[in-house]
Design a protein around this ligand. Structure first.
Ligand SMILES: Cc1cc2nc3c(=O)[nH]c(=O)nc-3n(C[C@H](O)[C@H](O)[C@H](O)COP(=O)(O)O)c2cc1C
Length: 188
């Protein structure tokens, strides 16, 4: 794939907060998971697990009991699919390595896999939105998720109502890139 095509896909993605009623076939969701399961992971532990939630009653329960306050997400119920992006936590690497390095590898792994999922969804014409503002305990209970599994994020999925470009302001390259040392810009 050429860089320009890749960049086009990445630039087109935006957090979708308005979904069409059309159902999303499992085959498409599985394509997204296929892209996610190919992600790199610390020590190749592949801690990602995906719970696909389509049942309206379950989505209502998550909407009513599983979201945190102060950030209303009335559009949440418009999404026909909720993915609970989960992390298996039993791996020794994930338990002990962070004690030495201070890095939570499983969350990094989940972030990578989640974004693979999101970009695959984008390439299939689906909209997505990461949802980090949820009550993990409540959602775990609603979905029967065992104790040793962590929900890293929820992701809403569905066909977007509009195809407007992403207008969110993003930091320019020179604000986020340094050469050799912190805060050192490239010599012009
Ligand atoms: C880890 C994470 C958690 C997020 N949680 C929420 C959320 O709870 N509710 C929401 O509406 N958007 C959420 N977002 C979406 C961000 O608000 C959005 O990505 C950001 O504003 C940039 O906009 P864009 O995705 O359209 O480029 C989350 C995004 C990430 C990556």
């Amino acid at each position: 794939m050429e860089y320009k095509n890749f960049l086009q896909l990445v630039s087109k993605r935006k957090s979708c907060r308005n979904y069409d009623d059309e159902e999303v076939p499992d085959s498409l969701l599985e394509k997204c998971i296929e892209a996610a399961r190919l992600s790199p992971s610390a020590c190749n532990k592949q801690p990602w697990r995906f719970v696909i939630v389509k049942e309206k009653n379950t989505r209502i329960k998550i909407f009513k009991k599983g979201l945190l306050p102060f950030l209303p997400m009335p559009w949440f119920m418009k999404a026909p699919v909720i993915i609970a992006l989960c992390a298996a936590t039993e791996f020794t690497t994930h338990k002990f390595a962070p004690m030495l390095s201070g890095i939570d590898y499983k969350l990094i792994d989940l972030g990578i896999a989640g974004e693979h999922f999101v970009l695959a969804a984008e390439s299939l014409g689906l909209g997505t939105c990461w949802i980090g503002w949820f009550k993990e305990k409540k959602v775990k209970k609603i979905l029967d998720i065992p104790k040793n599994i962590k929900i890293a994020s929820l992701i809403t999925v569905g066909y977007p109502v509009d195809n407007e470009p992403n207008t969110k302001e993003k930091l320019p390259l020179d604000k986020v890139t340094f050469y050799e040392k912190w805060n050192q810009q490239r010599e012009k």
